[in-house]
Design a protein around this ligand. Sequence first.
Ligand SMILES: [Zn+2]
Length: 315
Amino acid sequence: MITIGIDIGGSSIKAALTETGTSILARTQRPTLAEGGVDDTVGQLHACIEELIAAHDAAPADIAGIGVGVPGAIDHDRGIVLYPPNLPSWKEVPLAALLSDRWGVPVLLENDANCAALGERHYGAGRSHEHFIALTLGTGVGGGIITGGRIFRGARGFAGEFGHISIDADGPACNCGSHGCIEAYVGIHYLMREALPDLRNDPDSLLHTRALNDAEALDPKDIAEAAAKGDATCIAILRRTGERLGVAIASAANLLDIEIFIIGGGIAGAGAPLFDGIAESARHRVLKVHRESLALLPAELGNDAGMLGAASLML
Ligand SMILES: [Zn+2]
């Protein structure tokens, strides 16, 4: 079965033509044009689909369906995308109909963090696990809950907002209006805002000069790279980040009886300092029944998780 999976990000659209959702026959990427209107972004989606079909020398009728990961909430019954925060001109967009009318195939929509979780479930670190939460650490902190092998959407499809678990009632203000959300510590901009003074105050840090002169260009991947070279301040920043994530992970584990957490996204590649911080903090906080079995797994699919998860919606 040939399906198309599309992952709409805030800056780029990734799309692939896949065989049974897994092996990638053709792939493409285009800018999202988020600053433009709905028509601009939908035009890019059509262009991606056209290119994939042409690359495989196929006809639209050969495609079993199109799955789309969207950075926001979805009305699943009506196939409508609801006010995605990173696509400012989108209000209520009937994306499933816009694509299926043009291509004559079924179209399914899913939240992008849920798609990443489904990708890991079918083809990545979650292949042999029925119950897990997949976290994506990026500008925000996305979460997708898999229970009994399936995505858990909640009553209206909004479940899995891991980033807005608060770990401190008096903590920093979060975009959502609450305080102390884990996203307000771990989201890229929040993390860098807190890390820069540490880097500026440590003349021995590999990032000291850049933090003073070129702070805008620094991102968490630079911190991860410096930590891998032994930079003590960067190691401490990642460890602190991990310890905070561990607090939220412990709450989620206790609430849902889920013991496996698959961690991907920008700084997840930092490895030991981040994962050690999470493990130590979470193991101290989970209920005793979970202490031994709590497992943290690195995501395996990287940037392809959302796209492959979207393709798997048609299976
Ligand atoms: Zn929040």
